[in-house]
Each structure stands twice: as C-alpha cells, then as structure tokens.
Design a protein around this ligand. Structure first.
Ligand SMILES: C[S@@+](CC[C@H](N)C(=O)[O-])C[C@H]1O[C@@H](n2cnc3c(N)ncnc32)[C@H](O)[C@@H]1O
Length: 232
C-alpha cells in the first residue's frame, strides 16, 4: 500500500472539446459535456497507478481535450512571461497554451501516453515543451525557478510547500481541484473524501500569498476550488 501522499486523486473535466470522460470504475462515458469525476486510486504502487492512467488515455483519443483551462486563459495576461511548470500536465492542453504565449514550459506527468500526446500537441502547434515522465511523489520542484506553476485537476498535498518554494518572487500559482462538495453531486459517488480539497483549504494553504482570485462553488455538477495567487 502506498503512503497517503502517493495516492492521487484526479479529475477529468469534460470541457468543450473533450471527447469523453470516465466514471469511477473507469467505464467510458461518451459525449458527456459536464464534469465527470474520475478517481484513479489504486493505492497499490506507482506502476499500477501509471498503468491505470495509460489505460485510460488509451481509451480516448483526447481525454482532457485541447482547450486550456478557462482559469489559465482568464489570468494569462497577469502572469509574468518566463518559466512555467505544469504539474500533472496530462495531454498538454495547458502546457502548450503557455508555450504559445512565450513561456518556457516544463510539464511533469507519469503517464507515457499523456506525455507522448503532449509532445505531439506541442509539435502540431509548432512550440517546444520540456517533459519529464516521473511519479510526482518522487519529483522535487526546483526552488525559485518558476514564474508560473499550474496545478489543475491533481491533488498531492505534499507538493503545496514545494510549489510555494518553486515560484520566484512575483510568480503566480494557478490551482484548481475538486472539493468535498463533489461528494454530494451525482458524479461524486464513491470518491474518497481524503483526496478532495476541504472547504477553504486551498485558500488557507496560500494565505501567505497575494490571492488575486479565489472561487469555491458547487453548481450541482462540479464542485471545485480555484485559486490564482502571487508569491509576495
Ligand atoms: C486529470 S489528468 C490531467 C490534468 C491536466 N492537468 C489538465 O488540466 O489537463 C491528471 C494527470 O495526472 C497524472 N498523474 C496522476 N498521478 C500522478 C503521479 N503520481 N505522478 C505524476 N503524474 C500523475 C496522470 O497521468 C494524468 O495525466
């Protein structure tokens, strides 16, 4: 059994353009437009977790779609152009968006399938992204290295102090993940609360940052906390 920090909770968001998502059991749900929650929680070891994700990616040609996260699009103009880190990059929708905006992007993910897709998406957009295939439980974010760190639909609490250290002064964190409110929604059945953000948790975690945007809502389909904050 892996330690708590190594177990992950991930959310697949069917944004417009996303061609499918997965129910908790991993069954494909085609043509869903709303948020569907997927918890890839084997709790066994890195290999089984990674295989699980590779398997999921292989079931869909573009699981998270190519459109960048709306929160990133909304705040892109206030982020100082420079080095970007995309945590749990997936198929590269956010990494490629940042690269197209002039950022030097590093994306980290342990799924080989996701990384190959992200690289392909970058090539198709004629941009370059650096990719690292590693279990984030074994990854150390370089201190003071990044102008922006993106953490979308991935929760590994042990990374939060590293995200803070990894940003340069004036650097921006863009963080989004589902909350425990999701348990009340139809798509939230069977989720493990431990791997959902608690009410106010994300805001509290970055209380020493300058919070530019914080939103915590449940629209009955998706319950999420979203934050954009600057390292003072
Ligand atoms: C929901 S998906 C991609 C989300 C992506 N941030 C986006 O917004 O499109 C989550 C990703 O986290 C990756 N992942 C899950 N656990 C991981 C771990 N322990 N180390 C590295 N990557 C992990 C999966 O392979 C998957 O690509």
């Amino acid at each position: 059994m892996r330690v708590m920090g190594s177990i992950f909770l991930l959310f697949c968001v069917t944004v417009s353009g996303c061609r499918g998502c997965f129910e908790p059991q991993g069954n494909r749900v085609s043509s869903k437009k709303n948020l569907s929650v997927f918890q890839a929680l084997t709790g066994e070891d890195e290999e089984s977790d990674r295989n699980r994700w590779d398997e999921l990616y292989n079931q869909s040609p573009a699981m998270t779609g190519h459109d960048p996260a709306p929160i990133l699009v909304q705040f892109i103009d206030i982020i100082p152009v420079g080095r970007a880190l995309d945590i749990a990059m997936g198929e590269g929708r956010n990494a490629v968006f940042l690269a197209k905006k002039g950022f030097l992007v590093e994306g980290v993910d342990f799924s080989e399938v996701a990384i190959l897709r992200a690289q392909k998406w970058a090539r198709e957009n004629r941009v370059h992204i650096e990719t690292t295939g590693i279990d984030l439980n074994k990854y150390a974010i370089r201190s003071g290295a990044f102008d922006v760190i993106v953490n979308i639909d991935y929760l590994q609490r042990s990374l939060i102090p590293q995200i803070k250290k990894g940003l340069k002064t004036g650097g921006v964190v863009v963080f989004e993940n589902a909350t425990t409110e999701q348990l009340k929604n139809p798509g939230g059945q069977g989720l493990v609360p431990e791997f959902l953000l608690k009410p106010g948790e994300l805001k509290e975690a970055f209380r020493d940052f300058q919070i530019l945007f914080y939103d915590e809502t449940n629209n009955g389909i998706e319950a999420k906390a979203k934050l954009v904050a600057v390292k003072p």
